[in-house]
Design a protein around this ligand. Structure first.
Ligand code: G6P
Length: 612
């Protein structure tokens, strides 16, 4: 949610900043802006995507070796040039970029207005930059001290970077609740919301902690203190990513690249954790908590969006295979509904980005009640990864497309490993059967590869139904969450209204919607309660609905009734969610492309939601 990038050193800043914004664009893309320091501060802003800003800068003088830049996802004020970042202090000597929300901005603004400050924008950010200036002037303190005092008065979340005419060799960065990474080069510093803009320049990074302020002066050692003015010893980490993971690699969109990466990403999620010969399953970051989980009254999974859908699959997996009771909650509801949590509960937070504000808040709540908190995150070193007691990374690699694909299947893979490990420890499955399950999981990447090659029909279906207004997705058991995720993918990127439902619940409402214009996607593998799903398909056909069914290779029953069938290889029931999700990702992708939608950056969405 909003992307921040900043540079100070001895290179030209603007190419680094523009490229950085492009890499961060998935975080927000309604307006963008840049401030460069060269004597004075020059600022340029445009509405729309970063490419608009890039075009606008072509004939501008933007030389300078220090600068800050921002791509916005609007919270306060509509997305226009005035509300775009960076924002200035009244004297125009301080420029600031901000990600997050200052909750008490209205009160602070009133006080500043009373002291003669005038505001150009509707943003909370302009309030913060003027508060800093006001403190600096009135309390006659240095800029870093003014920042510290100002942040002490602020309620809310922020990641900020400040550029000042009076301190031309220094950037000041601070965070609370919104992520910020500092890249350390040779006599130069980079700052960004995540490591993607930094990785091509340096692998040495420091993840700023909440309530820390970094003073970054070119050619000098950097200094980190807390807002209570305690000096911190920074922990410099090495980035594991490489540049090629951040490029499209010949695909038209990141989303398609990421869909096609799934055989590899699923394999990476299992690497070193599954031994198909001995049957051993181990998740390093969870080993210390295994006994706690086995003794737990229940597991509570908290997550948002696609990660919540992965959590639902996790519920089916863990209850079915390991026989431990699981509840799955939207983090945003859990945090405000006064839930009953005890020290005997184990909470698992699932998050691709590791930065989702609601999930983080739910973790803090559960922690305060003494629960053990584990995380399943994709982004290494992210806030959620650090806030949890233990956990497992999904190792799917950077996911840039806003609609989650490979992160989802990687989350489900890790949950599958967890369910198997718990089953192994509890002895809930006979050894020979357990070995069959483990070996089938090991074969999964090959089967995913196979599913990915099945293309023609999906494109044909996309062409035929790209202009409908509604879609229904139905599944039962393990495939109910798949129906939800399939519907979410379609609405996120194509803007077609789509609903996911348990197939049997259709008759309690959605059946009223069915007519000859309504495509209904069934996830109907030849497993579990297949016959019952077939009856649900009949119910749709009886009302002239259009049936698109995901079936097991060789299926004959559904083939006779459905309008279209997309085959997936035969597998164990508990692995169908991963295989069945892939054609649904591709269907949503092709429909969105045919409708001319921006697949990687759908309107109004952001990949990392760091506000409530
Ligand atoms: C946003 C993204 C979704 C994602 C959700 C949760 O809404 O657009 O794709 O599923 O946040 O994000 P997380 O990073 O916590 O998995």
């Amino acid at each position: 949610m909003c992307g921040i990038v900043a540079y100070i050193g001895y290179k030209q800043a603007h190419p680094i900043l523009i490229k950085g914004l492009q890499r961060l664009e998935y975080r927000g893309y309604d307006s963008a802006g840049i401030s460069i320091l060269n004597g004075g501060i020059k600022t340029y802003k445009t509405v729309g995507k970063v490419e608009e800003l890039e075009k606008y800068l072509v004939d501008k003088y933007i030389d300078g070796e220090a600068g800050i830049a921002h791509t916005r996802w609007a919270t306060h004020g509509e997305p226009n040039k005035v509300n775009a970042h960076p924002h200035f202090s009244q004297s125009k000597s301080i420029s600031l970029i901000h990600n997050g929300i200052i909750e008490n901005y209205a009160v602070l603004k009133e006080e500043l207005v009373a002291r003669g400050y005038e505001f150009e924008s509707d943003t909370d950010t302009e309030v913060l930059v003027n508060l800093i200036e006001d403190i600096r002037i009135n309390e006659k303190v240095l800029l870093d001290e003014a920042v510290r005092i100002a942040l002490g008065q602020v309620v809310g979340a922020y990641a900020i970077v400040i550029l000042s005419e009076d301190h031309p060799n220094t950037l000041i960065a601070a965070r609370k609740g919104s992520p910020l990474v500092i890249g350390i080069g040779e006599n130069e510093y980079y700052v960004a919301s995540d490591a993607t803009p930094i990785v091509e320049y340096t692998k040495n990074v420091v993840y700023l902690e909440d309530e820390e302020i970094a003073v970054l002066t070119r050619g000098q050692r950097f200094k980190i203190t807390t807002i209570k003015n305690q000096e911190k010893t920074p922990y410099v980490q090495q980035l594991e990513w490489n540049l090629s993971e951040l490029e499209k690699g010949g695909y038209e969109h990141f989303m398609m690249k990421e869909i096609y990466e799934q055989p590899r990403s699923i394999r990476d999620s299992m690497r070193g954790r599954l031994n198909p010969v001995t049957g051993n399953v181990s998740l390093g970051g969870i080993i210390d908590y295994e006994q706690k989980i086995l003794a737990a009254k229940r597991i509570i999974i908290i997550a948002c969006g696609t990660s919540w859908h992965a959590g639902l699959v996790g519920e089916y997996l863990i209850e079915d295979i390991a026989r431990i009771s699981v509840e799955v909650e939207y983090a945003s509801e859990f945090r405000y509904r006064n839930p009953i949590i005890s020290e005997e509960d184990v909470v698992i937070a699932i998050s691709q980005s590791g930065e989702t504000a609601d999930t983080l808040a739910a973790i803090e709540l559960a922690k305060s009640k003494g629960a053990t908190i584990l995380g399943i995150c994709n982004v290494v070193g992210s806030s959620i990864a650090r806030a949890t007691h233990g956990g497992s990374y999904t190792h799917a690699g950077p996911e840039i497309g806003v609609a989650s694909t490979k992160a989802f299947t990687a989350q489900v893979t890790v949950l599958t490993l967890l369910a198997l490990r718990l089953a192994q420890l509890k002895g809930t499955i006979p050894k020979t059967r357990f070995m069959q399950l483990v070996q089938e999981l090991d074969r999964l990447p090959e089967k995913v590869e196979h599913v990915l090659h099945n293309n023609g029909l999906i494109e044909e279906i996309a062409k035929k139904y790209k202009d409908v207004n509604n879609f229904l997705y139905l599944g039962r058991g393990y495939n109910f969450p798949v129906a939800l995720e399939g519907a979410l993918k379609l609405k996120e990127i194509s803007y077609i209204h789509a609903e996911g439902y348990p197939a049997a619940e259709m008759k309690h409402g959605p059946i009223a919607l069915i007519d000859e214009n309504m495509p209904v996607v069934f996830i109907a593998p030849n497993l579990g309660i297949y016959e019952k799903v077939v009856s649900n398909i009949q119910e749709v056909k009886a009302r002239k609905g259009i049936v698109i069914a995901i079936v097991t290779e060789g299926d004959t029953t559904v083939k006779k009734i459905a309008d279209y069938v997309i085959e997936i290889p035969k597998t164990e029931e508990y692995l169908v969610p991963i295989l069945a999700s892939i054609p649904l990702q591709k269907l949503a992708y092709h429909i969105a492309v045919l409708r001319g939608c921006n697949v990687d950056m759908p309107r109004n969405l952001a990949k990392s939601v760091t506000v409530e």
